[in-house]
Ligand binder design. Sequence first.
Ligand SMILES: NC(=O)c1ccc[n+]([C@@H]2O[C@H](COP(=O)([O-])OP(=O)(O)OC[C@H]3O[C@@H](n4cnc5c(N)ncnc54)[C@H](OP(=O)(O)O)[C@@H]3O)[C@@H](O)[C@H]2O)c1
Length: 304
Amino acid sequence: MSTLQEVFLVGSTGLLGNRLASALLDRGATVRALVRPGAAGEKQRVLDALRAKGVQLVEGDLTDSVDRLAAAVGGASAVVSAVQGGPEVIVEGQANLLRAAERAGAARFVPSDFAIDITRLDDGDNFMIDWRRQAAARFAGSPLGVLSVLNGAFIEVMMGFMGLVDWDNGTFSHWGDLDQPLDVTTVQDTADYTAAAVLDPAWADGGTVRFAGEVLSMRGFHEAVERGSGRRLQLRTLGTADDLRAEIERRAARSQNPFDYVALQYQWCMVTGKAKFDALDNDRYPEVKPTTVEQFVRDVDSAA
Ligand SMILES: NC(=O)c1ccc[n+]([C@@H]2O[C@H](COP(=O)([O-])OP(=O)(O)OC[C@H]3O[C@@H](n4cnc5c(N)ncnc54)[C@H](OP(=O)(O)O)[C@@H]3O)[C@@H](O)[C@H]2O)c1
C-alpha cells in the first residue's frame, strides 16, 4: 500500500475541513484540495491562506464526472470528504467521489460523517443522518478502506445551534434525562483526531473510529457552562425524551422544511442515549489533548 501522506480533501473552505487541512499539514501530509470555482470575499481569503500554508488547490465539484474527479485526486492515497449539503452532495456527490478515488487508485476514503453514532440510528430519527447512512450503503463493497470518523456533537453546536443556552434570559434548557451521558468534541479536536486517524496505517481496512473530547450529561454540561462563564443559568426542563419526539412530530407536520426541527432530532438522538458511543478511540492518539466544555466556554468568553 502506498504511504498515506498524500491526502485529497474536499470541503477545505468549511468549518471542519479548513481546520482539517491544517491538522493534516501539521502531521506532515501533503494536501490537495478540491474547491468549487467562483471564490470571492471571505472564501477567497480562506483559499489564499490555505495556499500560503502549502495546500494545492484544484478547481472542481463533487458533481463533476468521475473521470474529471479522478484526475483531480491524482496520486493521493487518502481521499477525505468534509462536505455539507443535501442528498445530492452527501449521497450522490460522495458516491461519485468514491468512484473517482477507486479509479485514481487511492487506498482510503473518509466520508463526511463527523456525527453522533450513525450506526445505531434508524431511518427517520434524523434526516441528515439518514443521508449519511444511505451514503454508507453506497460505499459497501468498495475495495478502498472506508473509514467513518464520529465525534459526537461539536461543542460549538451544543453552545449555539442546539438552542440550549439563552444568555439574555439566563437559562439552560434541555429535554429528557439530565443524567444521560453525551459525547461532545470541539471542531478543532475533531480535526486533530481525524487527521491522526486518516494518516494511521492501522485503518487500512477502514471501519468506524469514535472520539469524544468529553463525555458528560446535560447536568454536567450545564454545570461546565456555568463554571466556564462564571454565570448562573437557570436550568429548565422542557419535557421527557418522549415529549421531545412528540414535539418533533408536531413541527414536522407543520413545516415543509426539516431544518426547522433538525436540532431537536439531534437532541433526541443524544438524550435518549440511542446515538451514544459504546467505546472511544481517543487513547490511540494520546497526543491530542481535547478541550473540555468548561475550557471552551472560558476561552470563548476571554476572546470576546
Ligand atoms: N457533529 C456535529 O455537531 C457537527 C456539526 C456541524 C457539522 N458537522 C459535520 O461536519 C462535516 C462538515 O460540516 P461543516 O459544518 O464543516 O460544513 P460547511 O462549513 O458548511 O462546509 C462545507 C464544505 O463543503 C463544500 N462543498 C459543499 N458542496 C460541495 C460540492 N458539491 N463540491 C465540492 N465541495 C462542496 C463547501 O464548499 P464551498 O466553500 O464551495 O461552499 C465547504 O467547503 C459535515 O459532515 C457535517 O455534518 C458535524
